[in-house]
Design a protein around this ligand. Sequence first.
Ligand SMILES: [Ca+2]
Ligand SMILES: [Ca+2]
Length: 175
Amino acid sequence: MKIRVTILFLCLSLAMVNAHWRTFLKRPGSRRRCPSGFTLWGRGCYRYFNYKCTWDSAARYCSRFRQTRTHKVNRAHLVTIDSARENNFLLNFWRRRRGRNTAVWIGYNDKRHEGKFVTQGGCLPRYKRWDRSEPNNQHGEDCATMWKTHHNRDNGAWNDLRCTTKLAFICKISL
Ligand SMILES: [Ca+2]
Ligand SMILES: [Ca+2]
């Protein structure tokens, strides 16, 4: 009888510790943190850089940032966009920071296979938001931007541009 009571007591104690720990993990900021200067949204950290860079330089610049958690390092990359919701978030994020800039680098290029846009790591995009008649590879355009034109009315659509164009960019750390 004594042993049964002890086991029951131990189980109850473990359940309480477990519940407490789960509540702690769910607290805002306790689980997902972004490095200084980055904004947390969903499962990502985002930062806008108003340095005018080629696509390659922007990608290299992003990779210097990282977020370290126990046993895991998440490195930053040029922003990738996985859903219409994220594209919309990013459009508003960019609007608040862009000043007079009308295009910003995002993390896709078709340098290896014309017309097949992939991320820095070579993955296919999970979502696309190309503007009408884009990507058009005009004069060898291989790198993706989000852009603002009179025609698209600043709706977050994407356009390919020459990778050597110098633009501001957005880095993302996927959490
Ligand atoms: Ca191209
Ligand atoms: Ca284009």
